[in-house]
Design a protein around this ligand. Structure first.
Ligand code: PMP
Ligand code: GLU
Length: 391
């Protein structure tokens, strides 16, 4: 009955495990969840106020498919101010979360057999949707010895006449790695003279720690600008996961036009109210809230990294961005699915197995939760490992 396309699609493992953890908790089980890629903070007040005003003033009709002029201009201004990239409002489409931006983009770009180069470990959705569109994912493996970053040579060697896209998620989910400007320039150099388009998923750009700095791929050069589709959204930076606000920006009129066409036949515009609510999240009004959250995440990162590295057989690199640790368990158990299943069943801890991100021997721990839970959770993991995997 079902289409071949959907039969080959897997459910998002990050969403599935987080839902399972919530269900177990609701049924009275003592479960601590570290699987959700979702800030635990409430949405900043200025955003809520803007939404309330929009509702009360009756801003409730369809808008233009790509978004109102106001919100497109606000995104363009944000990209200029924060990222030093110039886009016109017509280069931008706002979508129902960045996941939808990516889904639409892959739909309009990928033909059967087209290749997409993806550094691994990767966010679960990329290869699933590439495959759904008939494309083939080509993975570039990395590990903790190089901070989970690919080299220009790896990228160069992977390019074939069929390569359509290079997907770069910086800062990375699930590893938290952040590329320096110089490293990005090395990757951009390799692409010069090729037809490869870059999908720069920059949704974690505001979550940077220590002396890490962020560079947008499109800001590197005119060549990089022309070949890049920038993806971003408000879920992570503004604690707005449930509001569903993402966007893509590209100077390529054909691509932006095709995404608008597809959107006109699928969801039309995103919710009118959310377009109003997004303005204070884009124009700098909530910068103080963002900084408060960033600082809190940094503190939690330091705490969690220290606690994990004190467990025998487990190690983790201190990442420079996002809110995840990609924890190495190779010395104790190479089967991450088995490890995470047992950890949930026997210790009541929900984390995501590395295999879901294309890399066994690791699990992803999201520290987007309070410090008390982080301390209690890692304590349980320690006790579990000592009991079960003591050598
Ligand atoms: N890209 C990455 C790397 C993510 O981790 C997420 C998290 N869901 C998204 C895109 C999509 O976020 P959203 O759809 O909530 O904007
Ligand atoms: N991106 C988040 C995660 O990786 C949210 C869940 C999802 O959309 O996959 O956990």
């Amino acid at each position: 009955m079902l289409s071949q396309r959907v039969l080959h699609l897997s459910e998002s493992i990050t969403v599935a495990i987080s839902s399972l953890a919530k269900e177990l908790k609701a049924s009275g089980k003592d479960v601590l969840g570290f699987s959700a890629g979702e800030p635990d903070f409430d949405t900043p007040k200025a955003v809520k106020d803007a939404a309330i005003i929009a509702i009360e003033s009756g801003f409730s009709k369809y808008t233009a498919v790509a978004g109102t002029n106001e919100v497109l201009q606000a995104v363009a201004d944000k990209l200029k101010r924060d990222n030093n990239v110039s886009y016109k409002p017509s280069d931008i489409v706002v979508n129902v979360g960045a996941k939808h931006s990516l889904f639409s983009l892959f739909q309009v770009l990928i033909n059967h057999g087209d290749e997409a180069i993806i550094p691994s470990p990767y966010w679960v959705t990329y290869p699933e949707v590439i495959g759904y569109c008939g494309g083939v994912s080509v993975f570039l493996p990395t590990d903790d010895s190089t901070g989970f970053k690919i080299t220009p040579k790896q990228l160069k060697d992977a390019i074939t006449p069929k390569t359509k896209l290079f997907i770069l998620n910086n800062p990375s989910n699930p590893t938290g790695s952040v590329y320096t400007k110089k490293e990005l320039e090395g990757l951009a150099d390799v692409l010069k003279g090729t037809k490869v388009l870059v999908v720069a998923d920059e949704i974690y750009e505001k979550l940077l720690f220590g002396d890490a700095t962020f560079t947008s791929f499109a800001s590197l050069s005119e060549d990089a600008y022309q070949r890049t589709i920038t993806i971003n959204g408000l879920s992570k930076s503004a604690a707005m996961t449930g509001w569903r606000f993402g966007y893509l920006a590209t100077p390529n009129k054909e691509i932006a036009g095709a995404v608008k066409k597809l959107q006109s036949q699928s969801v039309s515009n995103i919710t009118s109210i959310i377009q109003k609510a997004a303005i204070p999240a884009l124009d700098g009004t909530i910068d103080k809230d963002i900084e408060m959250m960033r600082k809190t995440f940094e503190h939690r990162r330091d705490l969690a990294t220290k606690e994990f590295n004190a467990i025998n057989g487990i190690s983790v690199v201190n990442p420079s961005g996002a809110f995840y640790l990609f924890v190495n368990i190779k010395d104790i158990c190479s089967d991450s699915m088995k490890f995470c299943k047992e950890l949930l069943e026997e210790a009541g801890i929900a984390v995501v197995p590395g295999i879901g991100f294309g890399m066994d021997g690791y699990f992803r721990f999201s520290y987007a939760t309070d410090e008390k839970s982080i301390e209690a959770g890692i304590k349980r993991i320690k006790a579990f490992v000592e009991k079960k995997y003591r050598k």
